[in-house]
Each structure stands twice: as structure tokens, then as C-alpha cells.
Design a binder for this molecule. Structure first.
Ligand SMILES: *Cc1c(COP(=O)(O)O)cnc(C)c1O
Length: 399
């Protein structure tokens, strides 16, 4: 089948909830992917940071194949021999005390909301059904009804009501607004260290530190959604390290399984998670042995192969090179580690056209909102490949 036949069939039979670039991919290796017609591309999106380790990493594949020949699913009705080692390894790496394993990112966010509400009633003493969680404008935490209830993106939210109550929305990057929004019923504050889907929005240094102080002062659980920023993407294992803090609860997903499998987790530094008792929350697939084996290997290669440091160094280099590109229509180039955004002025007429031209040059990128291109290649990218990429980016967006 030709590329256009796949596209026609997909458009005819599938829900149109995405607007993908027209590259039908059939193979991936490291930072590269190939389409069904043999064209080769540099992946500058990494499946929204789910393939930080690079496509089809051989060591993760090996761990997955080995595990799937032994045992794949027990359900949590029984124990399995991959779960405890996974807990120990992820706790050690992220300096956490307790883990709640789930599958998708949205599920882990839902789990965190349930946990914090219950903690509010049982420990903080908030009256029944009155718990409030504070979140930020332009947040992206997933697609469930509860999560879109507190989205400020009309495309993500409109038409899906009735909405879940119990959320208060404040501007991102504004610690004072957080303090003002707190009431005796506030149980948690949930925020992304860098807003990825909003277009790589980086708050000023010290923002998270201030938030942490405010949360501690008012007995509020600080929840960081590190599903996109975590596991090396920003040049640290967790993005919270840039501010020298530890969240009370941290949500990770995406790269936790190197793109092989959906695995997510809530990590807890405090006793908050102890409010969950047997039967009160769960998931048939959460913590299954295959997921745990894949996650263990995914974490191991991140560390062993120095991917976190490489993200830090290559991120600085990439941003430095991009900043040499001259075009008055570029509003800002910003990044932390390999989470990089190039924002255009509205007069540029949208970032999508550039993404389509970059595809012709062999780079797969995706616009976020209208005017921003995100560059987030796998963390194994090298200087030579960045040079190769910048040459092509220059030819498309430079003047
Ligand atoms: C991708 C993402 C999610 C949702 O994860 P899914 O696995 O798609 O449900 C939540 N929060 C952030 C910050 C994300 O980037």
C-alpha cells in the first residue's frame, strides 16, 4: 500500500481527533524514523517525550522480550516479581518514598486527584465534598472528563460538560496568585514545571520554590505533573531539580517505558499516599510485570547511557545554534534541556507551514497551538545530528 492509501483509509475509518502530518511511519531506530516509502526523518517530537531513550532502544526491547516470554499480567490480585524491584529502583532514582503504578498519564493524574482529595478529608479535615485543587491557566494534564473540566483550552473542553467541580484556575508562573487563591478547603496545587503543550512555557527561576514554600505554609499538597518534563527531558532526572525542590506528589509517565508500552506512576515523598486503603483505587494493568520490566529497563538506560546529562548539554548547544537563525518573525527561542520552543509572531501565519516544510527536509516536528514549534528530539541526539538539523531548520525558518 502507498502512503496515500494508508492516509485515505485512516481518514475514512478513524475518528478525526488528530490532525497528523502526512508521514506514515513504519520503522524507528534511535533518533530516526522511516515512512512506508522509505523516506528517513529525524524525530523532533519523540512522541511528546515518550521516546526520550530513542526509538526501539535495544536494551529496553531485550528486557521486554525476555519478560513477555515469562509472565505478562497477573492483576494486582496477586503479586509479581517485577513490581517490588521497580518500586525500589524508581524511588531511589527520584528520591521518593512510595509509588502508585498506573498506565496512561491521564490515569495517573486522576489518581493524584483522588489521593489528594481523600487526604484533604481524612488528614487535613476539609468538610466532605468541599476539597479544592488549584491548577494553572493553559495547563495540560490529560483528556478525561475531570481533567478537561479544569482545562482553559476551549478545543479540549468545549462540548464535554457537565464538568467536575472542585478546581480553581490561576495564572501560570505567578506564586502570589497561588497564595491569594488558597482557602481553608484547598488541598492541593497541581502544576507542570514547564508547560509543554502550552508551547514550552518556562516560569521564572525560583517559581516552584516559592510555590513549595506557600504550599508548606498552608498545608497544601504540591503536585508536579512531570509526565513530559520528567525523566531527563529538561536535562535533570526531574525538572523540579532546577528549582532545588521536591514536590509532595510527582506524576510521571511517557518516557517511563521508553515508548514501548504505556506506564505511568504517582510518586510520593510524604505520607499523603497512605490514605489509599485496599479496594479504594486500582487498575487491572497497573503494575503488571511486563510494564514493570519495561520501566526498569527504560530507567536503567537513561542513567547508564548518560542521557540526562546529554539532554542538558545538547539542549544548550541546540538552543545556542537556533538563536543564530535570523528572522524578524521569530518572537522567542527558549528551552531547558531538550525541551525547546520556537515562537513566531502571529504575522508569520502559523507554525504548521514550517512543520510541513521541515518534513520535506527530513525533520518531523509538530506545532503547538498556532505559533510555536516544539523541538524535543530523543535525548541520545548528538552534536553532529543537531548541526544537520539546524542547517535544515535555518533553510526553512531563516531569512
Ligand atoms: C501527555 C501528558 C499528559 C497525559 O498523558 P497521557 O498518557 O496522554 O494520558 C498529562 N500531562 C502532561 C504534562 C503531558 O505531557
Amino acid at each position: 500500500m502507498k502512503q496515500k492509501d494508508y492516509i485515505e483509509m485512516e481518514n475514512r475509518l478513524g475518528a478525526h481527533n488528530y490532525k497528523p502530518l502526512n508521514a506514515v511511519l513504519s520503522k524507528g531506530e534511535g533518533v530516526w524514523v522511516w515512512d512506508v516509502e522509505g523516506n528517513k526523518y529525524l524525530d523532533c517530537l519523540s512522541a511528546y517525550s515518550a521516546v526520550n531513550q530513542g526509538h526501539c532502544h535495544p536494551k529496553i526491547r531485550e528486557a521486554m522480550v525476555e519478560q513477555l516470554q515469562k509472565l505478562t499480567l497477573t492483576s494486582r490480585a496477586f503479586r509479581n516479581d517485577q513490581l517490588a524491584p521497580f518500586y525500589e529502583e524508581i524511588c531511589e532514582l527520584t528520591n521518593s518514598h512510595k509509588v502508585l503504578p498506573m498506565n496512561s498519564g491521564a490515569e495517573a493524574v486522576e489518581s493524584v486527584i483522588k489521593t489528594v482529595r481523600k487526604w484533604g478529608y481524612e488528614v487535613k479535615g476539609v468538610p466532605e465534598d468541599q476539597a479544592e485543587i488549584i491548577v494553572c491557566e493553559e495547563n495540560f494534564h490529560g483528556r478525561t472528563i475531570t481533567i478537561v473540566s479544569f482545562s482553559t483550552d476551549p478545543t479540549a473542553r468545549a462540548g464535554f460538560g457537565p464538568y467536575t467541580p472542585g478546581f480553581k484556575i490561576i495564572p501560570f508562573g505567578d506564586a502570589e496568585a497561588l497564595e491569594k487563591a488558597i482557602t481553608p478547603n484547598t488541598v492541593g496545587f497541581m502544576v507542570e514545571p514547564i508547560q509543554g503543550e502550552a508551547g514550552v512555557k518556562i516560569p521564572t527561576a525560583g517559581y516552584l520554590k516559592k510555590c513549595k514554600e506557600i504550599c508548606t505554609k498552608h498545608e497544601i499538597v504540591l503536585i508536579l505533573d512531570e509526565i513530559q518534563t520528567g525523566l531527563g527531558r529538561t536535562g535533570k532526572m526531574l525538572a523540579e531539580e532546577h528549582d532545588g525542590i521536591e514536590a509532595d506528589l510527582t506524576v510521571v509517565g511517557k518516557a517511563l517505558a521508553g515508548g514501548f508500552y504505556p506506564v505511568s506512576a504517582v510518586l510520593s515523598n510524604t505520607e499523603v499516599m497512605s490514605v489509599l486503603q485496599p479496594g479504594e483505587h486500582g487498575s487491572t494493568f497497573g503494575g503488571n510485570p511486563l510494564a514493570c520490566a519495561v520501566a526498569r529497563a527504560s530507567l536503567k538506560v537513561l542513567v547508564e547511557e548518560g542521557m540526562v546529562e546529554n539532554a542538558f548539554n545538547m539542549g544548550e548547544y541546540f538552543v545556542g545554534q537556533l538563536k543564530q537563525i535570523k528572522n524578524p518573525l521569530i518572537k522567542e527561542i527558549r528551552g531547558r534541556g531538550l525541551m525547546i520552543g520556537v515562537e513566531f509572531n502571529p504575522e508569520a501565519g502559523g507554525a504548521r507551514q514550517y512543520c510541513e516544510k521541515l518534513q520535506e527536509k527530513g525533520l518531523l516536528c509538530k506545532e503547538t497551538h498556532d505559533n510555536i514549534i516544539r523541538f524535543a528530539p530523543p535525548l541520545i541526539i548528538t552534536k553532529d545530528i543537531i548541526d544537520w538539523a539546524v542547517e535544515r531548520i535555518q533553510s526553512v525558518i531563516g531569512t
